[in-house]
Design a protein around this ligand. Structure first.
Ligand code: HEM
Ligand SMILES: [Cu+2]
Length: 629
């Protein structure tokens, strides 16, 4: 059998309906993450549009107050937990990181499959709740006492709390995979100081996930226990502490924002270097500023709690830290400017989205600096100014870079180019619509319009700016529809991409588009920071792996010297079954504490099967060969 056909046979996961549930290939799982997270983006967008219809006129009765509460909570929770993090971190890392470090799969492939199903189950749970009028309604951070047993009877808050557990579990799983893949699975030659900035961004975010997500899993689980088994963690009457909830939530919640936009900066660094036709200026400065942002990002959470009346000394400290983090983010902006200034800029669609990121994100950062000041914050707290600020940061930091990334990497994923003209339409409509919707909210906020209130009186004179804001949504909707049409069009009619349509420098462009199941026919080595631009004419390849099984080369952490060979597991339905068992455990315990023991035993049994020691396929085969001869 020829070599490539053999590699194909070894690395291919089963096809067909049942085969689908056994996949462990990182690109297969990565695509599912992308499609699912994009679907949740659309669902969250529909909810946003409903809210904007409601708010477009004063004293409107399109949505009642109760439904409005469920909708803004589900919108915020969807966008943060089911779209932004899964898309920017999980989907992009799972698909791209193994390709960019030059390997054949992500490490812990079964865990990867498991993480996807768990995430999907959490998302479906939230929407199942909304459809039966049990959508959470206490805001995306579900503050106690409002979300507690006294003020939110029924199951609304429980569904929210358990959705958190699902999604954060999946993010934690992917974080572990990304860290090990980045540090142990790199192509020989890719020493730490040659790792592409995008991969660094995802690895840094992975560390943040590991420190941040447990805090919110803890707070939401404690909330769930307060509600279902009468613990009193957050009940001051019984010695609990309601402010503790806020501390735990924001210890996660502020880093969350960085978890969402550091991947965005990694995307922007990549796109700017490729479309300025030069190496990124200040690689080390950008890297250190990402690490700095990640560290300082854990020291700011109290700026979300200025209005709770904390000691003044503490507030001042958190103001200072909030201002300091701007230095780290600012450094990156200057590095990008120099890169463009000294390069030859090509204005393709991905580049337009990267430039818009500058404008929108910096604008959001500037209003953020204003709000870090306690007296200012107390004035605008809970007004639409806040809504304007965080949409500038979140849409600027996640959605614009994401669209850039989709135009940039889609040729690799599908093998065909998206249409440029449609891309430009998409860009301009989205950019204009975005500013139309969110800029007026600053003014509305300063004029006192509160957030999370379903309507307002015409005597406040907020009507015309609200109408303008709602009109912007029409533009954004048109833009997203153009993107979707472009996507379906390009799958059939798009120009063929070839290996490296943009002339980019990173390893994913060294293989065909879309890549074969084994990613690289010849595993690459690396000779410089910009792998393809620095490649020697006779750049060596990796040899000596056993190609009759899923063998991979593990390399050393610092300089990626070859270390040893290891074998990856083959396709298996166990992760899917484990995810079902986990979901059964999480969902049933919302309803009755009695479900705890039976369901956790099932989970235990499934994981016992998962981890049952097995000889690796290559060893088993060798044994057979010896017996047969
Ligand atoms: C694409 C267009 C979008 C529109 C038109 C939109 C609109 C809105 C509106 C009208 C509200 C509620 C205002 C109120 O308090 O009454 C809101 C809240 C919120 N949005 Fe968006 N949004 C959009 C996208 C996003 C994205 C992409 C994210 C995050 C990545 C996001 C995150 C949030 C959050 C966290 C809240 C707060 C929910 C709460 O108060 O609990 N939004 N949005
Ligand atoms: Cu913050």
């Amino acid at each position: 059998m020829n070599r490539l056909a053999n590699l194909e046979r070894v690395w291919k996961d089963p096809s067909g309906f049942w085969g689908w549930f056994t996949h462990v290939n990182h690109r297969s799982i990565g695509k599912r993450y992308m499609v699912t997270a994009f679907a949740f983006f659309l669902a969250g967008g529909v909810l946003a549009a409903l809210m904007r219809i409601q708010l477009s006129r004063p004293e409107n009765h399109f949505l009642g107050p109760d439904l409005y509460n469920q909708i803004f909570t589900t919108h915020g929770s969807t966008m943060m937990f089911l779209f932004a993090v899964p898309m920017m971190f999980e989907a992009l890392s799972v698909y791209l990181v193994p390709l960019m470090v030059g390997n054949r799969n992500i490490c812990f492939p079964r865990l990867n499959a498991y993480s996807y199903y768990v995430y999907l189950a959490g998302g479906l749970l939230l929407y199942a709740g909304l459809f039966v009028n049990t959508g959470p309604d206490a805001g995306w951070f579900a503050y106690v006492p409002l979300s507690g047993p006294d003020f939110t009877p029924g199951k609304r808050s429980d569904i929210w709390a358990q959705m958190i557990t699902f999604t954060e579990l999946s993010a934690l799983a992917v974080a572990v995979e990304v860290i090990i893949t980045t540090f142990k699975l790199r192509a020989p030659g890719m020493s730490l100081n040659r790792i592409p900035l995008f991969v660094w961004a995802q690895a840094i975010v992975a560390f943040m996930v590991i420190f941040a997500m447990p805090a919110v899993m803890l707070s939401s689980t404690m909330l769930l226990m307060d509600r279902t088994v009468n613990t009193h963690f957050f009940n001051p009457a019984e010695g609990g502490d309601a402010i503790l909830y806020q501390h735990l939530f924001w210890f996660f919640g502020h880093p969350e924002v960085y978890i969402i936009f550091i991947p965005g900066t990694g995307i922007v660094s990549t796109i700017i270097s490729t479309f300025s036709r030069r190496r990124i200026f200040g690689y080390t400065a950008i890297l250190l500023s990402m690490v700095g942002t990640a560290f300082v990002g854990f020291g700011l959470w109290v700026h979300h709690m200025f209005a709770t009346g904390l000691p003044q000394m503490g507030e001042s400290f958190f103001t200072a830290a909030s201002l300091m983090v701007v230095i780290a983010s600012g450094t990156q902006v200057f590095c990008w400017l120099v890169t463009m200034w000294t390069g030859k800029v090509v204005l393709k669609t991905p580049m337009l989205f990267a430039l818009a990121f500058f404008f929108v994100f910096v604008m959001g950062g500037l209003t953020g600096v204003l709000m870090a000041s306690v007296p200012v914050d107390l004035q605008i707290h809970d007004t639409f100014f806040i809504v304007a600020h965080f949409h500038y940061v979140l849409i600027g930091g996640a959605v614009f870079p994401l669209f850039g990334a989709l135009y940039y990497w889609m040729p690799k994923i599908t093998g065909r180019m998206l249409n440029e003209a449609a891309g430009k339409w998409h860009f301009w409509l989205f950019f204009i619509g975005f500013n139309m919707t969110f800029f007026p909210m600053h003014i509305l906020g300063l004029r006192g319009m509160p957030r999370r209130v379903y309507t307002y009186s015409s005597s406040m004179h907020w009507g015309s700016l609200n109408m303008l804001a709602s009109t912007g949504v029409v533009f954004m909707t048109a833009a997203v529809l153009i993107f979707i049409a472009n996507f379906f069009w390009h799958q059939k009619k798009g120009e063929l991409a070839g290996n490296n349509p943009w002339g980019a420098a990173t390893l994913e462009w060294a293989t065909s588009s879309p890549p074969p199941v084994y990613n690289f026919a010849e595993l690459p080595t690396v000779n410089g920071r910009d792998a393809l631009w620095d490649a020697l004419p006779n750049q060596p390849i990796v040899e000596g792996l056993d190609e009759d099984c899923r063998q991979v080369l593990m390399t050393r952490v610092m300089d990626a010297d070859p270390d040893h060979r290891d074998e990856f597991p083959e396709a298996t339905p166990v992760p899917f079954i484990a995810a079902i068992a986990t979901s059964g455990f999480f969902i049933s315990t919302i309803f009755t504490a009695k479900a705890f023991f039976p369901t956790i035993i099932v989970v235990g049994i499934v994981f016992l099967i998962w981890y049952w020691p097995r000889r690796q396929p290559s060893l088993r085969r060798r044994e057979r060969e010896i017996w047969e001869h």
